[in-house]
Design a protein around this ligand. Structure first.
Ligand SMILES: [Zn+2]
Length: 469
């Protein structure tokens, strides 16, 4: 049936409505879902939360865009479009200097240029003018933007992200407006640790190295908490078992590319490494790691003919010890973001993960011991052998015992920055499950999202009960 109605399938993308000071694109997403429900659309998928290149300096730390796919009666599109514009105007933080909202609506098939744009926007800096030009050439596309409209890039890329390979879910709970700002988020912390153990298909709830709870943000935004997981069931179950001590306005579940490492899937062009890229590349350690001021660790890597500095900064904590385990001569695959270029200096890679492809074997040479006394022999003089100080043992020629130096690092193992320092796209070290949980339900996102909307009210009621008990 869906295919007969192809002309009425719509894809909506939105980006760059938030700032680091407040609001949040995913909160705006909840308003969009409410609006689309008023229009009685058929959702074809969960709302999508699409993280793009984490290494873009003027974007908020998360660099996340949202997208919606739905079926709507063609006759209602004009009216929907004007209502969408009202929501963007109301819920965008346009006073913030670096917020430039953009919204794109297309009918029918996803244009190839948007799919390509998604792949590129995961690790590159994209030209806004190029994207605007492409968008304006297609009569099937409606676009709206405020200020510079840089959000048109993320909005188009989010539409182009089909998430047909790996993906995860995030359940996000939002605070009531009275609690936005600096108010501490109230929760029974014990229930987070318990739920984390009971729901193994949730992701990175806790930074086990430091015992920190990761599901609660610290900023002034409306988000109360975000629970990430492999399945809808896992995130809903975890939310149900938390004891929440403040009222919650609403909940939303997004399907996302978070924790899929999709920005590091194809090798970067080693002859064109430049600032603001997220790169994956191979190279040889040509200068062993060392600590520098600020407790950062740095080493030099040769990628083809280029030499770059690789840095593990202080916030990556024990990851720095793993980096310190590298030796000159090791061959690595490195992943991370290229920092802004300082004049006269080589490029710096902010290291997010590495794998040793070739661990250099190193040897040390020891003076042999006396076979009788087991004490180390002494030189019997230049051009002579060894002798034992205690007994009469002598060796007529000098010889040494070759010993392999033990290495702490193992080849072909991913070493990843800890949960507390991870980016949204980082694939945690213990997340090697992915597709096996996903293959059976690819076609049922529409129904799963519908189910979620139906149980949402019930879930919210339970939370308020916790508070009253
Ligand atoms: Zn001896």
């Amino acid at each position: 049936m869906l295919y007969n109605l192809n002309s009425n399938i719509f894809h909506l993308g939105i980006d760059d409505t938030d700032s680091n000071e407040g609001l949040c694109t995913t909160y705006l997403g909840t308003q969009i879902v409410n609006l689309l429900l008023d229009y009685q659309v058929l959702f074809l998928d969960f709302p999508l939360l699409i993280r793009l290149n984490p290494n873009i300096p003027f974007k908020t730390r998360g660099n996340g865009a949202i997208a919606f796919r739905f079926i709507l009666d063609q006759s209602r599109v004009d009216s929907l479009w004007s209502d969408l514009i009202k929501i963007i105007e109301e819920f965008s933080d346009i006073k913030a200097a670096e917020t430039h909202p953009g919204m794109v609506l297309i009918k029918g098939e996803i244009p190839t240029f948007m799919k390509n744009l998604y792949s590129k926007a995961l690790n590159e800096l994209i030209s806004l003018e190029d994207v605007k030009k492409e968008l304006k050439e297609d009569n099937n596309i409606r676009l709206f933007f405020l200020k510079k409209g840089r959000g048109l890039i993320g909005a188009s890329a989010a539409i182009g992200s089909t998430l047909d390979q790996d993906y995860t879910f995030e359940l996000i709970a939002y605070r009531i407006k009275d609690n936005w700002g600096d108010k501490k988020r109230l929760i029974d912390k014990k229930t987070v640790f318990t739920a984390d153990r009971e729901e193994p298909l949730t992701i990175s709830n806790i930074d086990n190295d430091h015992g920190d709870i990761m599901i609660l943000p610290h900023g002034p935004d409306p988000v109360y908490c975000g629970i990430r997981g492999e399945t809808v069931k896992s995130v809903v179950n975890m939310w149900r078992s938390l004891k929440v001590f403040e009222p919650i306005e609403t909940l939303m579940i997004y399907r996302t590319n978070q924790h899929t490492r999709v920005h590091f899937l194809t090798d970067s062009d080693s002859n064109n490494i430049h600032p603001f890229q997220s790169i994956i590349s191979k190279g040889e350690v040509i200068e062993s790691p060392r600590y520098i001021e600020g407790a950062h660790v740095i080493f030099s890597l040769k990628i083809d003919e280029n030499i770059i500095d690789c840095a593990a900064y202080e916030p990556t904590k024990k990851f720095r010890n793993q980096v310190m385990g590298l030796h000159k001569g090791d061959i690595l695959q490195v992943c991370g973001g290229i920092r802004a270029h300082e004049q006269g200096k080589s490029l710096t890679l902010n290291l997010e993960e590495f794998t040793v492809l070739y661990l250099k074997t190193e040897f040390k040479y020891l003076t042999p011991k006396c076979p009788h006394c087991n004490i180390t022999l002494k030189s019997a003089g230049k051009n002579s052998g060894f002798k034992c100080k205690r007994c009469s043992f002598t060796a007529h020629k000098k010889y040494y015992i070759k010993l392999q130096t033990p290495r702490v690092l193992k080849p072909n193992v991913r070493y990843v920055s800890p949960v507390c320092a991870q980016r949204h796209l980082t694939k945690p070290i213990d997340r090697e499950v992915s597709l096996q949980f996903h293959s059976f339900n690819e076609t049922s996102f529409s129904e799963q999202f519908d189910d979620f909307l139906n149980i949402r009210e019930d879930i919210l009621r339970n939370i308020i009960n916790h508070k009253e008990n």
